[in-house]
Design a protein. Structure first.
Length: 94
């Protein structure tokens, strides 16, 4: 179990030290708020979605475009027309 107030790097250190992959999140009064996996921690630190062999992704390029769109939106960026990625059938890719 870990507190919502714990910093992400402290949680990572705790999980690695104790060799645990899943931790329960507790609130201020000890109530269960949720759970976090070691994969969640890595994805948050890296800013990337880790695609596992059991994930059902048929079009990796479409997934990459969706992830790029989310990052651009989250960072408040706007890509110019020159920077927009093209369809996979075009000559210019990304």
């Amino acid at each position: 179990m870990y507190s919502l107030k714990m910093k992400l790097f402290d949680l990572l250190e705790l999980m690695l030290k104790n060799r645990i992959h899943i931790a329960i999140t507790v609130g201020e009064y000890g109530e269960v708020k949720g759970l976090v996996t070691l994969e969640d921690v890595f994805e948050t630190l890296l800013g990337l979605e880790i695609v596992d062999e059991i994930d059902r992704v048929e079009d990796m390029q479409a997934l990459a475009r969706q992830m790029m769109d989310r990052r651009v939106e989250r960072l408040g960026m706007k890509l110019s027309d020159d920077e927009q990625y093209e369809d996979s059938n075009s000559e210019n890719k990304f």
